[in-house]
Design a protein around this ligand. Structure first.
Ligand code: NAP
Length: 282
């Protein structure tokens, strides 16, 4: 049976550490603030925003929420971001995606001050990841690197396969593994004979959004399995992209869903917000 990678445990330690830092900053008169913007009434987004508020409260970060109606114009949203960019009391700005179709996500993400871009979605921050000289890392890949480190899983020289090439997970994930000296292969929906790649992976990171897609016959014996997926199974139960019950006897480590990568994504957002405040202080 694989060792279960406990994201809740590692995330809790990160939050406790951040709480101390925030208390210390508060004692010298610094209040850290995160602005969270949500446009329209997308249910999953509302849940994510609620969780972010909860994390902020626990750590002592002030959460400024801007819930805008569905018919908000691009101009109005840009105006709000402009105001927040120039507000010294706001350290981090997060625009909850997806945005309504009439608003260009690209334009909006580009408008956030890169020093307040706690999601690391601004092109400047994305480019800095390529160079290995970053201010912020996107929350999910960064959280995964912290999990690997916590469990002493060494990436150097290992064959790592990342399935998925999204800008927020797959691509930056591959880049971080490369920077940690893994030999990296990126697979996607057009990859032919996916199993040929996955079966060779010492570390397999799956971010495709397809419930229980990866089965035991697709993985290498003793592989480390990182499951990013968040899906509902046939019974409406939360599950990952990996068939946990099927692979758990064959791999060496595995992240469960829930309780694996998800809590780390949340904790990393808090970490990025505190780092943003420290960067702005400099
Ligand atoms: P996305 O933007 O939809 O990207 C999915 C990627 O998977 C694409 O690159 C796609 O290939 C690839 N793909 C889809 N089906 C495939 C298949 N059968 N074989 C190989 N590749 C396939 O999704 P995302 O934002 O990266 O998120 C992926 C999953 O992670 C979702 O379930 C999401 O909910 C979850 N997620 C979880 C967290 C967390 O904190 N746990 C954070 C973010 C995302 P193409 O590029 O060719 O289309």
């Amino acid at each position: 049976m694989a060792q279960i990678i406990d994201g809740n445990l590692v995330a809790k330690q990160i939050r406790e550490n951040l709480k101390e830092k925030v208390e210390f900053l508060k004692s010298s008169g610094e209040q850290i603030s995160l602005a969270v913007i949500i446009v329209g009434d997308n249910n999953p987004s509302a849940v994510y925003v609620k969780n972010k508020r909860k994390d902020c409260e626990e750590i002592g970060i002030f959460s400024a929420e801007y819930a805008l109606p569905e018919n908000t114009t691009e101009e109005e949203l840009l105006d709000l971001i402009y105001t927040l960019n120039n507000d010294d009391k706001i350290n981090g700005i997060l625009v909850q995606l997806p945005l309504p179709k009439h608003i260009s996500e690209e334009k909006i993400l580009k408008s956030v001050n890169p020093l307040k871009d706690v999601d690391a979605f601004h092109p400047q921050n994305v480019g800095r990841i390529m160079l290995g000289d970053y201010l912020f890392l996107p929350c999910t890949p960064s959280g995964i690197m912290d999990l690997l480190q916590y469990y002493n899983i060494n990436c150097e020289g290992k064959s790592c396969v990342v399935i998925g090439r999204s800008n927020i997970v797959g691509k930056p994930m591959a880049m971080l593994m490369l920077q940690n000296n893994a030999t990296v292969t990126i697979c996607h929906s057009k990859t032919e004979n996916l199993s040929e790649y996955t079966k060779k992976a010492d570390i397999l990171i799956v971010a495709i959004g397809k419930a229980k897609y990866i089965k035991s016959d697709m993985i290498k014996e003793n592989a480390v399995i990182i499951d990013v997926g968040m899906n509902r199974d046939e019974n409406g139960k939360l599950c990952g992209d990996v068939d946990f019950d099927d692979v758990k006897e064959k791999c060496s480590f595995i992240t469960p869903v829930p309780g694996g990568v998800g809590p780390m994504t949340r904790a990393t957002l808090m970490k990025n917000t505190v780092n943003a405040a420290l960067l702005q202080k400099k």
